[in-house]
Design a protein around this ligand. Structure first.
Ligand code: GLN
Length: 452
């Protein structure tokens, strides 16, 4: 049924980069046979899933939305994919994304636009716009994402779906094509809070192949989603993430959702996180710094594209590398590599990268103080509903400013969820964000399920 749906609508939506129909059907049939034999299977066995193209998959091309990886077929599975396969979830295909997960609209993909199923002239969010769009257009019931600064939560917000960035270290990064290693975190996307919890449970847990993976039991996210009880819970509204800078259309739905929580027995408090105003500046130094280092591996020798420089006889390795990078990386990727290498260069390191790291600490301290007076924090996920294609492509700063509400969680490593808070007056979905302390991911699901 899902393959038929893909056939029917993806020409318009453009969410899949690759559809693995045959292997998905084979896996579905294998699950059926095992079930017929009376084997006890995982409760999601046989439920198909779409995988963001930043996760390696053996036998299926993996591009991270970049020309530089065109045609690359990974020789190994990412841990997330290994776990999906072990639980028996057939992989429908790979979803479109901004190149190397850099962006908020999926317009930076080297492979074309993905459209928002609610309005085909608008963006599906980014970088995981393919994953949010497949879920919102019923081309997959579940999808995976990665969130370095909001790439799971903001696409969920603008497509009326649910997306979770788990606690940093909660889901293995092994086999995720790295953007900024200290911020990258994989997580689940789905249409309901409970579906998201079920997928979260499959993806999460300690992995010795990732040195920052947390060796602790996964919080009981499924139980929390089932109980959905917010009685007596203290909900903190972050002063710096509401009001000014947020569209009144989004704000109106946010206020209503907060009222629902009060009606369900929660207590509302206002909290202040004064250093959040510096989060964007710190993120857009730390992220490009780490990205410039991570992307150095694309040297045209080991993977993907290799271009010979025009008119050069016997080119050196450096010349091939330069020509390949010039042809293989898009403008946004080049912009971030330049910013990152500049921020890390000697003489500027302390002023830029060093200061950004200090701000990062202050933001983590803000969270710690806020969580003394509130069990969870809430805000709109994004300042506006889905914008039109081209609205922000000429102005990188305008695109970056849209990340204001999602970035603090990545800098501090805390978990966050975006879930629908209804349709705004413009007829487009608005997102509601919930943030919890590290390793208290279950609280996101308690609040999310209470709002559903
Ligand atoms: N929009 C943010 C950026 O461009 C976040 C991206 C992400 O989470 N991968 O960096």
């Amino acid at each position: 049924a899902h393959l038929d749906r893909i056939e029917g609508v993806d020409e318009q939506v453009g969410a899949y980069l690759h559809v693995a129909g045959e292997s998905a059907l084979a896996e579905a049939r294998a699950v059926d046979e095992r079930r017929a034999k009376g084997e006890t299977l995982h409760r999601l066995a046989g439920v198909p899933i779409a995988v963001k193209d930043v996760m390696t998959t053996t036998g299926i091309p993996t591009t991270a939305g970049s020309r530089i990886l065109e045609g690359w077929i990974p020789p190994y599975d990412s841990t997330v994919v290994t776990r999906l396969k072990a639980a028996g979830l057939p992989i429908l295909g790979k979803t479109n994304m901004d190149e190397f997960a850099m962006g908020s609209s999926t317009e930076h993909s080297a492979y074309g636009l993905t459209r928002n199923p609610w309005d085909l002239e608008r963006i599906p969010g980014g970088s995981g716009g393919g994953s949010s769009a497949v879920v919102a257009s019923w081309q997959a019931p579940l999808a995976t994402g990665t969130d370095t600064g909001g790439s799971i939560r903001q696409p969920a917000a603008v497509t009326g779906s649910v997306g979770v960035k788990p606690t940093y270290g909660g889901v293995s990064r092994y086999g995720l094509i790295a953007m900024a290693s200290s911020l990258d975190q994989a997580g689940p996307c789905a249409r309901t809070v409970l579906d998201t919890a079920l997928l979260h449970e499959v993806m999460a847990g300690h992995d010795p192949l990732d040195s920052t993976s947390i060796d602790q039991p996964v919080p009981d996210v499924v139980g929390a989603a089932r109980r959905a009880d917010v009685t007596g819970m203290r909900i903190g509204i972050v002063k710096e993430l509401t009001g000014e800078g947020f569209s009144p259309l989004v704000q109106a739905r946010f206020d209503e959702s907060v009222q629902h929580l009060v009606d369900a027995g929660a207590e509302v408090v206002e909290v202040s996180c004064p250093n959040f105003v510096h989060a964007l500046g710190a993120y857009y130094l730390i992220m490009p710094s780490e990205a410039s280092s991570n992307l150095a591996r694309f040297d045209a020798m080991r993977y993907g594209l290799r271009v010979s420089p025009q008119g050069v006889e016997d080119p050196s390795a450096e010349q091939v590398m330069a020509a390949s990078r010039d042809a293989g990386f898009g403008d946004e990727v080049k912009r971030r590599i330049i910013l990152g290498t500049y921020a890390l260069s000697s003489g500027y390191y302390d002023a830029y990268y060093g200061s950004a790291q200090k701000v990062r600490r202050l933001i983590a301290d803000d969270f710690a103080k806020a969580f003394e007076i509130a069990d969870v924090l809430v805000s709109p996920t994004a300042p506006t509903t889905a914008f039109r294609f081209g609205d922000k492509t000429d102005d990188p700063m305008a695109m970056y400013r849209g990340d204001i509400a999602t970035i603090p969680a990545n800098l501090a490593g805390v978990p966050g969820m975006s879930l629908p808070s209804g349709l705004a007056e413009d007829g487009l979905p608005a997102g509601f964000q919930v943030l919890a302390p590290a390793m208290a991911d279950d609280r996101l699901y308690t609040v999310g399920a209470a709002l559903e």
